[in-house]
Design a protein. Structure first.
Length: 184
């Protein structure tokens, strides 16, 4: 009878030279050996799991926004929670969110940071208009040389967005607390 090839494991062989437990670990984690971090029920562990799902699982609802557009989790973190944990640390405050500094960049040590939800929600793929652009758009409209539809084409914006800007329904100067305006 063959036994598991993991040292000091004398259970019977199931597949690929491993017992049922070590084979399950291999399938789940990419390695047959578990590192006993005892953190699988913590928030930081859930963050790591969600990153992996978004980047690696085509069946994940948000895969299209991550893995589907080429964003990956670095090899160092992919199968090693402790490497991830050692690089990003624990949550620095209760509702901290892990953010990628460069929104089109990968999940890797140099591109990740802990931020508040407000900061994280600003770091998106949305179109960014600065106040100069918003004021220019309003100025062109007020000159009566361009229709709303023309401005939509010039600025590559939806009709609704242009209406909100030119009629001052949104993005009143100073309301964002920054000089940039983000729109969908």
């Amino acid at each position: 009878m063959r036994i598991c090839k993991i040292e000091n494991c004398n259970k019977s062989h199931k597949a690929k030279g491993y017992c049922a437990n070590h084979y399950a670990l291999l399938c789940r984690n990419g390695t047959p050996i578990t590192k006993q971090h005892r953190m699988s029920h913590t928030k930081i562990y859930k963050v790591w799991e969600h990153i992996k799902q978004r980047c690696l699982n085509p069946n994940c609802e948000s895969y299209k926004d991550y893995g589907g557009r080429g964003i990956i989790i670095c090899d160092k973190w992919k199968n090693d929670f402790m490497a991830f944990y050692n690089d990003v640390g624990n949550l620095p405050f209760p509702k901290a969110e892990l953010d990628r500094k460069e929104n089109d960049g990968n999940y890797e040590p140099d591109n990740c940071r802990w931020v508040t939800r407000a900061i994280n929600s600003r770091n998106t793929r949305r179109i960014i208009l600065n106040w100069f652009t918003v004021k220019s758009l309003r100025r062109l409209y007020n000159l009566h040389k361009y229709s709303l539809k023309d401005l939509c084409k010039i600025y590559n914006l939806t009709f609704s967005t242009v209406c909100h800007i030119v009629y001052n329904n949104r993005w009143i100067e100073g309301s964002e607390g920054e000089n940039d305006v983000k729109i969908n």
